[in-house]
Structure formats: C-alpha cells, structure tokens
Design a protein. Structure first.
Length: 372
C-alpha cells in the first residue's frame, strides 16, 4: 500500500500545496493526513465537488500553483460543470489534479449505487477529454506518476486525474477527529422518530442513516417502507419535497444529514418558497462526514435556525436529548410545514451495522405501492 505521508510528500515536491474536496472512503487515510498537516488556508473540506473545483480555480488564480481536488467518483457529476465550463483548456485553462476514488470498479464488490458509476468511470473521463492515470496499492512508481501528471497539467493548462483503486492507501489514524458533547446516537434518535412519527412516508438520506433506518424497521417488524436514497447525496430533501408537492393529502418527512444538507443547501430555498404545509425536514447533525472517515462538515459554523427561517420554513426545533426529540416529534404533529427539526447527535455507529437486503428497485416498488 501507499503511505499517505509519502504520497503527500510526492505532491508537495511537485509544487502542490492547496487541497480541496469532499471526503471519500477510498481516500480517507490520505485525506486524514492532509487534514492533520495542512493549515486552514491550504485545505478546505467543501460542500460539494463543484465547490471544490471552483476553490481550486481560485487558488490557482491567486498563486499560479497546481491545486489538488479530491472526491469519490460518484461526486464527479457535481464537478462536471465547472470542469468543462470553467477549468477546461478551451475556457480558462486551469491546471489541477483530480484525485478520484474509484468506487464500483468492475470486478470489485460494491454497493448498487456505485456499480454504474464505476463501470463508466474511465469512459466518462475520456469523454470529458481529461487525461488520467490509475494508481493502486502496488503502484511503486506513484511518485513518478504524480510528478508526470502535475507536469502535464501545467504544460496542457487543464485538469488531469489520478484514479485511485480500492485499498491503495495504507492506514493513517488522524490526530484530530471532530467530537461533540452530545449523548444521543443517531440510531437512538431514529428509534424515537419511528416511535412518534405521524408522517405517511419517509425519505432518508444516503449512508448510515438509511442503513440504520432499514434495520430498525426490521427489528420493529414494521411493514412500512421508506424511500432509502442510497446514492445522490444531498438530494433526499428534493425527492421528499416533490412527493409532498404532488401529494398534498399526505404528510412527508425527509430524514437528512448535515453533510447532505450542506451539499445542496439551495434546495431549502425552493422548499421554503413552495410553502409545503405537509413537509417535515429532520436533519440529524453529527457535524461530520461519518460514512467516509469522520471529517468535519461546515455544520459547526452554520446557524440552522436562521437558515431555516431565512429560507421560509415556518417552524424550527433544535434537540439534543431523547426527551427533547420525543416532545418535538409530538408537537409538530399539529403544525403546518415546512418544519425543520435539527437533531444533534454524537458521532459513531454499531460495528455490526448491516445493509438493506432489498435492491433499490424493490425498495422503489414497495414505497410507491405504499403511498399510492
């Protein structure tokens, strides 16, 4: 495996000194090293991958140095617009290195939402005319590859990519992991939500939230089906909002996360503008990207109450204890939305947390049959 410190050194020796991106499980050990060894002015954990590319552009304009933008390949879609309409050599010609975690690589077992993305990954880069190299655990020439790709980015004045296979980076334990003082776990919060929920349907965000929700439903022996958004981070609230808009006779709840909310925060403005009386937006906030390494989100600096009110939500609740959550869930039953409930929880999940046994298509059909 490649030592994150050695890989970082290879980048530094090639003149790369600015890092921005969205955490990825395949890159988490490298990202952790970057977090520990970069200042706040040289490393930014961004809202989404397009945001990261734009930050890279700004850094290059200010310094003339090639930045590195990291992401999971599922986030490449968020980055396509600024890559092609801003950084491309036919527009502003901005050199940068894209470090892309290759989830769903053909022949490697992965979750359903990653398989198509992984299969078309290289073809997508080729269609975008972005040169790339693949690095893996046995890439002993990685330092040379880094040097060559940085030089190609400079000479061609364009983005180039390093596609990272699973298991490439050796373990690195971060010295600074965001912690909170809250006692309630996300799973405990979800249990209270299910016990007190008065909605007709739930749309849940990607990652461990949907996995825990699925297992809790099974444990309770419930025959209710939730829409588990296994991919498309940040879009659960829009899915839920459209259901609420087209089916005003049913009450819809979106169970979101802080990282997902921030990734596509503009959806809140649309929800507020629509004035969805049958919509509840419940944000489970652990202040980190837990599923992909535990890196901090921008939630610590975000005032969700003022955000919700500015966006046009009618009611806002902030809870951090089981009793507070139970009281809030009971109170909102008689209120018109849109409503935002921020649930502050500690980081962490069960080691034996499973994954949904039903396929995304089966989940979709069961959900649609239930609400129709």
């Amino acid at each position: 495996m490649i030592d994150p410190a050695a890989f970082y050194a290879a980048l530094s020796q090639s003149g790369v000194s600015f890092f921005a991106g969205v955490p990825d499980s395949l890159l988490k050990h490298f990202c952790a090293f970057v977090s520990d060894h970069c200042s706040e002015t040289s490393h930014v954990i961004c809202a989404n991958e397009g945001n990261a590319v734009a930050m890279g552009v700004g850094s290059y304009l200010a310094t003339g140095k090639v930045p590195l933008i990291y992401m999971q390949n599922s986030g490449l879609g968020n980055a396509i617009n600024p890559l092609l309409s801003l950084a491309d050599k036919e527009v502003y010609a901005i050199p940068m290195i894209l470090l892309i975690g290759w989830r769903g690589e053909p022949g490697i077992k992965d979750e359903p939402q990653h398989l198509k993305q992984g299969r078309v990954q290289l073809a997508l880069l080729e269609a975008m005319e972005i040169p790339y190299k693949i690095i893996a655990a046995d890439s002993t020439d990685y330092a040379e590859i880094v040097r060559d790709m940085v030089e190609e980015a400079k000479q061609s004045c364009m983005p180039v990519a390093l596609v990272v296979r699973k298991g490439t980076f050796a373990d690195y334990k971060t010295k600074a992991s965001p912690e909170t003082s809250y006692n309630m776990s996300r799973e405990e919060a979800l249990q209270v939500i299910l016990e007190t929920d008065s909605s007709d349907c739930i749309v849940s965000t990607t990652g461990k939230t949907s996995r825990e929700l699925y297992e809790l439903r099974k444990k309770r022996g419930s025959d209710k089906h939730d829409f588990l958004t296994v991919g498309s981070m940040g879009h659960s609230s829009s899915i839920a909002a459209a259901i609420a808009l087209t089916r005003p006779e049913i009450r819809v709840m979106c169970i979101d996360g802080d990282g997902a909310l921030i990734m596509h925060m503009g959806a809140m403005a649309v929800i507020g503008k629509l004035g969805l009386e049958n919509f509840v937006h419940l944000v489970i906030n652990n202040f980190c990207h837990e599923s992909v390494g535990g890196q901090a989100t921008a939630a610590e600096a975000l005032d969700m109450e003022h955000l919700a009110k500015a966006a046009g939500y009618k009611h806002y609740y902030s809870v951090a204890q089981i009793g507070q959550l139970r009281d809030a869930m009971l109170e909102i039953k008689d209120l018109s939305g849109p409503i935002l409930v921020e649930v502050r929880v500690k980081k962490g999940s069960r080691a034996d947390l499973g994954r949904p046994q039903s396929s995304p298509q089966e989940n979709k059909e069961a959900f649609m049959h239930q609400i129709r």
